[in-house]
Design a protein around this ligand. Structure first.
Ligand code: FCB
Length: 447
C-alpha cells in the first residue's frame, strides 16, 4: 500500500509537505520568561478535567529543546512546519504590554526554520487564550476581538516578513462548541447562546485581523483553519438525511458560509432561534474578506442518525485510540463537495493523523496503523486533486507525541515518540515512512 501511494500520487513539484504542532501541546515552560497564564493552564488544574491528570506545564519541553526539534523536522525532508504562538507568552495579559522574551523565543524559532530550509506556517490562536481576557468574558466579550487584532498586528510586525503563512484561528468550532457549549475543553462553559456568540467573535476577529494585516502590508499568505468532517446519513431515510444536513449546517456551513458567502445559513439560524448571536451591522462583510488559503483539519467522517446514535464499531473499519473511525474516502468526498458548493481559495490540509497506542521495541516503534492512516489519507487527497480540487499542501498531525487536550498525554499522535520522563525523541516507523515518501516524491518531480 505505502509503496503504491509513494510512486503514483500526482502531487505537483511545489506541493508543500509538512508537520504540525501547537504551542500548549508541546512547549511546556508554562510560566518561563514572563509568560502569563492561559485558560488551558487554568483548566488543567481542575481535577477531572483531563483524563489522565496531566497538563502542559512541561510536556515535551519544546521551549528548551526547539533547536534539536527543528533538526529533527529537517531530517524528515519536509518543507514546512506549522506551529502556533502562545498569545500569553508574547502578551501576558492579552492586552497592554508585550513580552520581549516571549517574542525572542518565536523569532529564534522562525529564524531557525529558515536556516534549515523550512517554511514557517504560523497560527495565532491554537486555543491558549490569556487568562486575563477570560476574566473579562473571553471570546464572549466583543472587546476580545479588538485585543486579538492588536495581538495579530504585533506578531505580523515582528514576524510577518519571515513567515510563509499566518492563520488566525485553529478550529473555531472546537473553541466554541467543546469549550463553551459542551464544556469539556477550556474554559469549560456550557451554554449554547454563549457558544454562538463566541463563534461569531472568532469569525469577526479573523476577518478584522486579515484586513488589519493587509493594511499593514503583510506579505504572508493569510487564512483560517477549520476542522471538517464529511457528514453522511446513517440510512437513506428522510429523517436521517434531514439530520445529516442539520449536522453539516452546525459543524461546517455555520463557519464556511459566513467566511465565503458573508451570511449564516438560514436553516441553521432558524434552528438556533433565540440563541442566535448578536451580529452588529457590517459584521458579516468584515468576516467575509478574501482568504489567501483555507486550512482543513480532517480526521474522520460523521454518520448522522435521527434515532439511536450510529455505532462507530459497527462500521467494520479500524478505530483509532480516540475512538475515531478511519475513513480516507471521507477526505476525498469532503473536498469534492466543498469544491462543488463554494468558490474555494487554495486549500491546505493543515492537520491529519491518528492516535494509536505504540511501544518501543529495541529502539523502534512499529506503528503500522499510523503509517497506513497517513499513507491512505495522502492517497485520498490525491484522488480529490485529480478531480480538480486545488490543494497546496499537507501537514501531518503531529510531529511529536503531545498533550492531547482533555485526553492528556495518554493519546499519542506523534510520528516521533516522546518519552515524557527523559524527553528523548524516537522516530517511529511512520516518520521513517514519511521521509521515504517525501524522498520518492522529489524523485518523481524530477528535482
Ligand atoms: C485537532 C487539534 C489539534 C489536535 C488534533 C488531534 O482538533 O487542532 O490540536 O488535538 O485535533
Amino acid at each position: 500500500m505505502s509503496t503504491t501511494t509513494a510512486s503514483t500520487a500526482p502531487f505537483p513539484k511545489n506541493f508543500v509537505w509538512g508537520v504540525a504542532t501547537a504551542a500548549y501541546q508541546i512547549e511546556g515552560a508554562w510560566d518561563a520568561d514572563g509568560k502569563g497564564p492561559s485558560i488551558w493552564d487554568d483548566f488543567c488544574r481542575v481535577p477531572g478535567h483531563i483524563a489522565d491528570g496531566t497538563d502542559g506545564t512541561v510536556v515535551c519541553d519544546h521551549y528548551h529543546r526547539w533547536e534539536s526539534d527543528l533538526d529533527l523536522i529537517q531530517s524528515l525532508g519536509v518543507g514546512a512546519y506549522r506551529f502556533s504562538i502562545s498569545w500569553p507568552r508574547v502578551q501576558p495579559l492579552g492586552s497592554g504590554a508585550f513580552n520581549e522574551k516571549g517574542f525572542e523565543f518565536y523569532e529564534k524559532l522562525v529564524d531557525g526554520m529558515l536556516a534549515r530550509g523550512l517554511k514557517p506556517y504560523l497560527t495565532l490562536n491554537h486555543w491558549d487564550l490569556p487568562s486575563a481576557l477570560q476574566a473579562n468574558g473571553g471570546w464572549e466579550n466583543r472587546d476580545t476581538v479588538h485585543h486579538f487584532v492588536n495581538y495579530a498586528r504585533e506578531v505580523a510586525r515582528r514576524l510577518g516578513d519571515r513567515v510563509a503563512s499566518i492563520c488566525t484561528h485553529n478550529e473555531p468550532w472546537v473553541v466554541a462548541v467543546l469549550g463553551h457549549e459542551q464544556g469539556i475543553f477550556a474554559p469549560g462553559i456550557k451554554s449554547r447562546a454563549v457558544m454562538l456568540q463566541v463563534a461569531h467573535h472568532l469569525l469577526l476577529s479573523h476577518g478584522m485581523a486579515l484586513t488589519a494585516l493587509r493594511e499593514q502590508g503583510c506579505k504572508a499568505e493569510l487564512g483560517i483553519v477549520l476542522n471538517m468532517s464529511h457528514t453522511q446519513p446513517a440510512t437513506d431515510s428522510e429523517a436521517d438525511r434531514a439530520q445529516a444536513w442539520l449536522d453539516d449546517g452546525k459543524g461546517l456551513r455555520w463557519y464556511m458560509d459566513p467566511l465565503l458567502k458573508g451570511e449564516y445559513p438560514a436553516d441553521v439560524l432558524a434552528y438556533f432561534g433565540a440563541d442566535a448571536p448578536k451580529v452588529f451591522p457590517g459584521d458579516m462583510g468584515k468576516i467575509a474578506v478574501p482568504l489567501d488559503f483555507l486550512g482543513i483539519n480532517y480526521y474522520f467522517r460523521c454518520m448522522a442518525s435521527a434515532g439511536e446514535p450510529w455505532d462507530v464499531k459497527a462500521s467494520g473499519h479500524v478505530i483509532t485510540d480516540m475512538g475515531w473511525e478511519v475513513y480516507p474516502p471521507g477526505l476525498t468526498a469532503l473536498l469534492v463537495r466543498l469544491h462543488r458548493d463554494y468558490t474555494l481559495p487554495p486549500i491546505y490540509i493543515t492537520e491529519n493523523g491518528a492516535a494509536f497506542k505504540d511501544e518501543v521495541v529495541d529502539g523502534r516503534v512499529h506503528d503500522v496503523q499510523r503509517q497506513t492512516y497517513i499513507a491512505t489519507h495522502i492517497a485520498a487527497l490525491g484522488d480529490a486533486m485529480a478531480q480538480g480540487v486545488r490543494v497546496h499542501g499537507y501537514f501531518v498531525w503531529s510531529l511529536l507525541d503531545n498533550f492531547e487536550w482533555a485526553s492528556g498525554c495518554s493519546k499519542r499522535f506523534g510520528i516521533v515518540r516522546v518519552d515524557y520522563d527523559t524527553h528523548e525523541r524516537t522516530l517511529k516507523d511512520s516518520a521513517l515512512w514519511y521521509r521515504g515518501f517525501l524522498a520518492a516524491q522529489k524523485n518523481i518531480a524530477g528535482v
